[in-house]
Ligand binder design. Structure first.
Ligand SMILES: [Fe+2]
Length: 135
């Protein structure tokens, strides 16, 4: 899936345009580059591989996010670095993670009652993976 990736912090704009300023690290528009494969998506959404099950975020109705259906490892050499959250394709939060004492998960108390909630998990080895649900 296509996205505009910030070279500094790996934030991915998913609304089709690079922001004037990166909402995560403040880098200028020029730090963004468009990539066709910025976000990985499953080959067959109805029949996920184990690798896909480990990376695609799972979002519950009350906006608890975990990575993933099979828990992703959190080892110094292989971990989920962060989870970025969007409402209607606009950035709302980044949850930074560290491998030593955390499992890859986050919870948010979202004001919006309608719209599309998306979470992107970034694995240090396997890249960025997205899940979108309707609120
Ligand atoms: Fe991974």
């Amino acid at each position: 899936m296509k996205g505009l990736v910030c070279k500094i912090c790996k934030y991915i704009a998913i609304n089709g345009t690079a922001p004037d300023k990166c909402p995560v690290c403040g880098a200028p528009k020029t730090a963004f580059e468009e990539k066709d494969d910025a976000i990985k998506t499953p080959a067959d959404a109805g029949n996920l591989t184990d690798l896909e099950k480990k990376h695609i975020p799972v979002i519950t109705e009350d906006a608890h996010i975990k990575v993933g259906e099979i828990q992703h490892p959190m080892l110094p050499e292989h971990y989920i670095n962060h989870i970025d959250v969007y409402i209607d394709k606009e950035f709302v939060s980044r949850i930074m993670l560290t491998p030593e004492k955390l499992n890859p998960a986050a919870a948010l108390h979202i004001k919006a009652e309608v719209g599309k909630l998306a979470a992107i998990a970034l694995c240090n080895i396997h890249g960025a993976w997205i899940k979108e649900i309707n609120l």
